[in-house]
Ligand binder design. Structure first.
Ligand SMILES: [Zn+2]
Length: 303
């Protein structure tokens, strides 16, 4: 382990050196990345190699018992969610520890945390939970509601980056929904489509990600805002599927995963998990949050 770690660090250092050499040789003025349309986060060339240094070291520390580590305990007590993930050694190490069942201090049912998982088998706890902070995205359609404040801010960044990339802005079509609102939405779907179809279209009260304030149904606003149903076919929809992770969002319900998520594909339904976890999700090639955290599939309600 120690030897392997040493070799890995050595390689990383060598890689950094090579990158610097390339940057110096080709640009002449330092590591300036070309292309103004590049999304935020990719625009900095160095950290790709540089960040592997601390993450490798911290991962080695966290592998034993991350919850017993003082930095993890301190971050859980007083830090933000990003700080907790960082104390584990980054998103990949955090995920690995949680999925392996070796991080009992991480509660995937805590609706105040970025890592909460809500699905048909995992209702909110408490059932009528409401976030404590709210923010309104800069762009939203009438009646869209709010998001948790940090998610609203992240959506603003996502929208600005999409616009800068040439696919137009992205607006919130539906954000936070209270328990009471979901009671009305769900009962309406059931009345219209029947129980089975209604369950496939709308979450039961207390089972909706929208109740966390971390879920955003979005629309493309290139030359007038479209509908959520058309979002997946827009340039913005394709861009978000590819780049949303850089702003902390994942597409929660993708094609082919209905047996795991319990929902038909919804390219418009974005879930905020924070940049560190979204990055690990993207880099690891995960397609469901259940798979990401090693949870059971949730194709149907338990009762
Ligand atoms: Zn949604």
């Amino acid at each position: 382990m120690t030897f392997r770690l040493y070799v890995t660090i050595g390689l990383a250092v060598a890689l950094i050196g090579a990158l610097w050499a390339l940057a110096d040789g080709s640009a002449g003025a330092g590591p300036v990345v070309q292309g103004t349309a590049e999304p935020k986060g990719v625009a900095v060339a160095m950290p790709q190699a540089a960040t592997s240094l601390p993450s490798v070291q911290l991962h080695a520390t966290a592998a034993s018992n991350p919850c017993a580590q003082a930095p993890v305990q301190q971050a859980l007590a007083s830090g933000g969610d990003d700080a907790v993930v960082a104390a584990f050694g980054g998103g990949a190490a955090f995920r690995a520890a949680v999925a392996a069942g070796s991080a009992p201090c991480i509660d995937l049912s805590d609706p105040n945390r970025d890592w909460v998982v809500v699905n048909k088998a995992r209702p909110l706890n408490p059932l009528a939970f409401a976030p404590t902070s709210f923010g309104d995205p800069a762009l939203s359609v009438d009646g869209a509601g709010s998001l948790r404040s940090d998610a609203a801010h992240a959506l603003d960044q996502l929208s600005a980056a999409a616009d800068a990339a040439g696919v137009g802005t992205i607006a919130l079509a539906s954000g936070y929904r209270s328990y009471d609102t979901q009671v009305q939405t769900y009962s309406g779907q059931i009345a219209t489509y029947g129980q089975a179809q209604g369950d496939a279209l709308s979450a039961r009260p207390g089972h909706s990600e929208h109740q966390t304030g971390l879920a955003a149904d979005v629309v493309s606003c290139a030359g007038g805002c479209g509908s959520i149903d058309s979002f997946g076919g827009t340039a913005a929809g394709a861009w978000v599927a590819e780049n949303g992770w850089q702003y902390g969002f994942i597409v929660r319900y993708v094609a082919g995963q209905t047996p795991v998520t319990g929902y038909d594909p919804e390219p418009w339904h974005l879930r905020y998990v924070g940049v560190p976890l979204a990055t690990a999700y993207h880099d690891g090639g995960f397609v469901t949050l259940e798979q990401f955290f090693g949870l059971a599939a949730a194709p149907a309600y338990l009762g």
